[in-house]
Ligand binder design. Structure first.
Ligand code: ADP
Ligand code: SF4
Length: 691
């Protein structure tokens, strides 16, 4: 049954890829997830849900073809031997259950493989410092000789054969993100060889061509052979570019693969956050590819609107709408378009919290989709939820991300819910933060939830109602969930400073809340950032753009240090430096005076005075939990049957954690799990102990 408007029909056309046919143009490109070979069941279920949601092609993450491409400590896919086939077969089978094609991205990571687990010697086109992990790891790889190249080709071929046995339909040769040997050989800066694999472009392309030809020869009868290639590194002549060598490479290999999956490199460019790039941002770089090949082309660009997708196809830029993040935020995006439910699409906000999962070697999580990564271990589905198991009526207090998600999910379960919010505008911190520079797409977190709630007759949103404990008790609700958020501390106390900073009560001390409320400092401003994610950097940008002379001090070694894990740190620092923001790292705040602050150089224990007219404290936040404290006696004496504190009011954290906390509270309502046992399934290695 299709009820989507005809204007989107083109997205649901089948497209042939070599010997296989994709049922539609929705293509989940390879994306890592922090689960990898460690959590095969969780991974298979996560991918299955995407196929169920209508993605016509669902791919793995990068899959190591050999133990000399061991990406530990990161958890990617592995196909080192036949023993790895069953785990991957689980995923291919799960994806097939819904009529989608399963793709696998084979890779040897060359000098990006640190081999910390396997202890194999890394190798590459030349001997050079290892590039993987932090990018600052000790050790070098060795230069590959002819035998190494022969071995590599055999391993790649064997991996392709194993992938075919595992049931995959599309098998990749990977030359993207600067992360694979095939790409390292393409690049002049890494390839200084004088044999037939170095020198001229034809020679540098040889290895990539060999791998594609070998793969076609091995599995091309039944499997499509795709390439994933970086067609611009945004490095000008230093790297591949769509006007330079990448153009020539695509022209040389145009008809060889069955499919071109093209993007920009490095990963931080490909997965640029919404703070820096908008929907369709890769089009100028990838548009040339379709002019050079008759094979289908996949590209990404955080497409979430069906109009933009249709346009990219109609303008002849893409054959498939590639997506990693939009498929994470909404695994059912294609189905929603097909069923004419576009307003139900849970649009990705481009925050890259999903990326941080891989970078922190933990299972993927998503700000918008709290079920992401929880499909198998908690049995959570993004679209369905257990129906209510009582006629309880619930009062949720605070309509930030935690309260909104909690009320929405409780409403979906069928409970009667009153969602009460002190401010006239719902949305809590998200409504306020989305007005800061570059963060406007974050509003999608609240917009989607408000749209859903507006359709639920059993959920009542009551803004403009600051609640006291007396109000709560008077309301007669016996089940209360408190999601009242947190406020930024004014005293500088945080990870680095444990006691209020002397002078923090002076009038020229501001907090992010003051600024978001429109109380803005002027003149020379020192921002003290002991939060380390986006807030300090965003406020520096805001105030610098408003003409303040901004100095950012942070105890961390880098400005907005944690944003490394969302791939934003370098761009943030560049933007701040371009705006003339002075940056003092490894600096803790010691005192605030009239006209200056004293900062302590953590590395050298030296004190320095920095002249300023005002100070912005971006340190810890104080949970707004007084209501819970005031209501505790009513819970103890039974006037309240349940009382739960969630989100920032419980423990201030990132927005993704607040959404998750709201969702968890809704799932656990009426059925609290035993706190003594893990609330999720784990994947154990079977120990076949023989006595
Ligand atoms: P979270 O991230 O945990 O959702 P937020 O700070 O974003 O937290 O949202 C909390 C919301 O709770 C804010 O919109 C705030 O106005 C609201 N709030 C705080 N105290 C009360 C109260 N006593 N009554 C009603 N709403 C409240
Ligand atoms: Fe999009 Fe953020 Fe979810 Fe990643 S975590 S898919 S960037 S909303």
């Amino acid at each position: 049954m299709t009820s989507h408007a005809h204007m989107y029909d083109i997205l649901f056309e089948p497209v042939r890829i070599g010997p296989v046919t994709a049922p539609n143009r929705f293509y989940q490109v390879p994306h890592c997830n922090g689960m990898g070979y460690r959590m095969p069941r969780a991974l298979a279920e996560m991918r299955r849900v995407k196929a169920e949601g209508g993605w016509g092609v669902v791919c793995t993450e990068e899959v190591e073809i050999h133990h000399s491409s061991d990406l530990a400590p990161f958890f990617e896919g592995r196909l080192w031997s036949d023993d790895d086939i069953p785990a991957l077969a689980l995923m291919a089978e799960a994806v097939h259950r819904h009529g989608a094609l399963a793709g696998i991205e084979l890779t040897h990571n060359g000098h990006d493989a640190l081999n910390y687990y396997s202890r194999a010697t890394s190798f590459g086109p030349r001997s050079m410092g290892l590039m993987g992990g932090t990018g600052f790891e000790p050790g070098q790889c060795r230069r590959m000789d002819r035998e190494d190249i022969r071995n590599l080709r055999r391993w790649h071929r064997n991996a392709a054969l194993r992938a075919k046995r595992a049931g995959f339909d599309i098998i990749y040769c990977y030359a993207g993100h600067g992360l694979s040997l095939a790409m390292h050989f393409l690049l002049r800066r890494f390839n200084d060889r004088t044999d037939e694999y170095g020198g001229s472009l034809t020679n540098r392309v040889r290895l990539f061509r060999d791998l594609i030809e070998d793969t076609k020869d091995a599995v091309g009868d039944r499997c499509a052979v795709a390439v994933r290639m970086a067609v611009d590194e945004l490095l000008g002549d230093e790297g591949l570019s769509s006007q330079g060598e990448a153009y020539e490479i695509v022209a040389m290999l145009a008809e060889l693969p069955d499919l071109w999956d093209v993007n920009i490199s490095a990963w931080s460019n490909d997965s640029a956050s919404s703070r820096f790039e908008k929907e369709g941002f890769q089009e100028p770089y990838i548009a040339f590819v379709k002019q050079l090949t008759s094979k289908p082309v996949v590209g990404v660009g955080r497409y979430t609107s069906p109009e933009a997708m249709v346009s990219a196809v109609r303008r002849g830029i893409l054959d498939f709408i590639g997506a990693a993040r939009p498929s994470i935020a909404d695994p059912f995006l294609p189905r929603k378009i097909q069923e004419g439910r576009t307003e139900d699409i849970r649009e990705c906000i481009g925050c890259n919290i999903c990326v941080s999962g891989d970078n922190k070697c933990v299972p993927i999580r998503c700000t918008q989709n709290p079920t992401m990564g929880e499909e198998w271990r908690r049995g959570w589905h993004p679209e369905t939820i257990a129906p209510k198991c009582s006629d309880a009526e619930v009062l949720v207090i605070g309509a930030g991300p935690a309260g909104l998600e909690c009320a929405r999910a409780l409403g979906q379960r069928g409970y009667q819910v009153a969602l009460v919010e002190a401010r006239r505008e719902p949305g809590g911190r998200v409504a306020r933060e989305a007005r800061l520079p570059g963060l406007s797409e974050w509003r999608r977190v609240i917009d989607w939830r408000l749209t859903q709630i507006a359709r639920m007759p059993n959920v009542q949103l009551l803004p403009g109602n600051p609640m006291t404990a007396a109000d709560v008790l008077e309301s007669g609700y016996e089940h209360v969930i408190i999601a009242t958020g947190a406020i930024w501390r004014r005293d500088g106390v945080g990870r680095t400073v444990y006691h209020p900073v002397p002078g923090c009560d002076l009038l020229h001390v501001y907090t992010p809340d003051d600024i978001m409320d429109g109380r803005l400092p002027t003149g020379r401003v020192v921002i003290y950032d002991d939060d380390h994610y986006y807030m300090g950097g965003v406020l520096a940008e805001l105030l610098a753009c408003r003409g303040c002379g901004v100095t950012l001090c942070t105890p961390a070694p880098l400005v907005s240090h944690w944003s490394q894990f969302t791939l934003e740190q370098e761009r943030i620092e560049r933007r701040l430096r371009d705006l003339g923001v002075a940056i003092h790292t490894r600096s803790a705040l010691s005192a605030v005076h009239v006209g200056a602050v004293t900062v302590r150089d953590i590395a050298a224990s030296r004190l320095t005075d920095l002249a300023c007219d005002s100070v912005v404290m971006v340190a810890d936040r104080a949970p707004r939990d007084a209501l819970a404290t005031d209501l505790a006696p009513a819970r103890a004496d039974g006037r309240l049957r349940t009382l739960r504190l969630i989100g920032d009011a419980n423990a201030p954290h990132i927005i993704a954690q607040a959404v998750f906390a709201g969702h968890l509270a809704a799932r656990e309502f009426d059925e609290m799990p035993d706190a003594d046992v893990p609330p999720f399934a784990r994947e154990f290695i079977p120990l076949n102990v023989q006595s």
